[in-house]
Design a protein around this ligand. Structure first.
Ligand code: NAI
Length: 471
């Protein structure tokens, strides 16, 4: 108990209980630190409660519906597939609950003290933690900030939670919208746009740049564009959305499309134009920390901020805003606090988009490798030549490998197709281990499986793939 203005002393204070914060807390506890974790809301952060997990649950449910309706060529005819959306959302909530409960037990098992409240820095090694009842001062030896991000708002399309929604509401709707406009053809826009299309919504994606998924290798995006068409999702590019009118029954969005003003009407608009780091309401200046022009906290390779007692990890520490990046940085920060020489190395960061088909990539593309001065070899193996992909009725896409021409060292991979989200891990491991294409080609891969495509692409680099004609 604290009386008056005395500060409670804690050793490591972790602010935020998402995949950055809770992982950092557990790792610090494993390293013998006494850890206190504080979050103003539920444990698990955006990822578990309103992001990665619930979205993947809904994506899976929508895929089940879609496959059921589209399997007559396999001799499966299903009449009248009905969706009980309330039950679907309940099932998704159950998945989330199991995981958040697991986080709580893990923190307990590692003797991490968990507090609920809002944190505000009041000095270089001090915070105030405000609860509904009171506000108390805590003094820390080290602090890890992991406060994550929130959906970015467009000034002309303020979220109202009903007609103009963010991914948060899109994951907990009470009914499937008949017509849905998605603003932003990035990660969230495509994952959720495709999901609602499979659940029966008429979906229009409005993307400001000249392609959906700007920044992703165009050869990978091509396949997603084709499937959007098949699904009946309208993707309008060079469509900069400016405002929305919610006065009528639905909502009308105005966008500048290739220089012309156009309007689109729907029941709901999902705005997914990026995320904003939660660094503006922490009183960081009190702790001597400044943010950059995007609101990110500058850090060194151990995730240490300008204040050497304070570390920042995850979405607030810069792009990419990915849960696994946050967890990785959390472990590095915890180890640094324990005096270990750990440092981040992002060479093999996996990127996964749960679109249709799935996209995943890591390391360098051919263009990036060339720009970095490599003489490169590229090998692309098609899922159409993979027995498992065919037997899964999902033989579309490719596994592309980029390697150094001389040493055959694996530099990167781009995968489009079934199981891309899991397949990428094998490449990440190969890059981490410094493997070359021969190592992979000599690794026995179980048959018939999707990872055989990695072995074949690696054999292609060596000039002796079996199931494609070598260049
Ligand atoms: P994003 O950055 O992926 O995409 C936003 C898109 O909106 C961009 O293509 C941008 O050009 C477009 N845009 C911006 N302003 C616009 C306007 N006024 N009108 C039309 N288009 C406009 O951001 P998103 O999808 O909101 O996701 C945020 C972050 O969350 C991602 O960058 C990613 O880091 C993370 N995420 C990761 C997932 C995964 O790993 N599978 C899934 C979902 C999100």
């Amino acid at each position: 108990m604290v009386v008056g203005d005395f500060a409670t002393e804690v050793d490591v204070l972790v602010v935020g209980g998402g995949p950055g914060g809770y992982v950092a807390a557990i790792r610090a506890a494993q390293m013998g630190k006494k850890v206190t974790l504080v979050d103003k809301a539920e444990l698990g952060g955006v990822c578990l409660n309103r992001g990665c997990i619930p979205s993947k649950a809904l994506i899976h449910a929508a895929d089940e519906v879609h496959n059921m309706k589209n399997s007559s060529h396999m001799g499966i005819e299903v009449d009248g597939v009905k969706i009980n959306f309330t039950d679907m959302i309940k099932w998704k909530d159950g998945v989330v609950k199991k995981l958040t409960g697991g986080v709580s037990s893990l923190l307990k098992g590692n003797k991490v003290e968990v507090l609920q409240g809002e944190v505000y820095f009041s000095g270089e090694n001090k915070v105030k933690i405000a609860t509904e009842k009171d506000s108390q001062t805590y003094q820390f030896n080290h602090c890890i900030i992991a406060t994550g991000s929130r959906p970015t708002e467009i000034s002309g399309l303020k979220y109202d939670g009903k007609k103009i929604i963010s991914s948060t509401e899109a994951l907990s709707l009470s009914e499937i919208p008949e017509k849905l406009i998605v603003v932003g053809g990035g990660y969230i826009g495509l994952e959720l746009g495709i999901t609602y299309s499979k659940l029966g919504s008429e979906v229009t994606v409005l993307e400001g740049m000249d392609s959906i998924l700007p920044g992703v290798d165009p050869s990978m995006v091509r396949m997603v564009k084709r499937n959007l068409k098949k699904l009946g999702v309208k993707a309008v590019t060079k469509a900069m959305v400016q405002s929305a009118d919610t006065s009528g029954d639905g909502v009308t969005v105005t966008a500048e499309v290739k220089g012309e003003e156009k309007s689109y009407t729907a029941d709901k608009v999902l705005v997914a134009v990026g995320r904003t780091p939660n660094t503006d309401e922490l009183g960081l200046d009190q702790a001597g920390i400044e943010v950059d022009e995007h609101g990110f906290i500058p850090v060194d390779k151990q995730m240490r901020t300008k204040n050497d007692k304070i570390f920042a990890i995850g979405d607030i520490a810069g792009q990419p805003m990915l849960a696994h990046k946050a967890s990785y940085e959390g472990k590095v920060a915890a180890e640094a606090i324990a005096g270990e020489p750990s440092e981040v190395d992002y060479r093999a960061m996996p990127y996964v988009i749960f679109s249709d088909p799935e996209l995943a990539y890591t390391g360098m593309t051919e263009a990036e490798a060339k720009e970095a001065g490599y003489d490169v070899d590229v090998s692309r193996f098609s899922f159409a030549a993979n027995g498992r992909a065919l037997s899964l009725d999902a033989a579309e896409g490719f596994f592309q490998l980029v390697a150094d021409k001389e040493t055959k060292q694996i530099l990167g991979a781009q995968i489009v197709g079934p199981g891309a989200s899991s397949l990428i891990s094998e490449v990440v491991l190969a890059i981490e281990m410094g493997a070359n294409a021969e190592d992979v080609a000599l690794t026995i891969h179980a048959h018939p499986t999707l990872p055989e495509t990695f072995m074949e692409a690696a054999e292609g680099i060596m000039g002796h793939a079996i199931h494609m004609v070598n260049k």
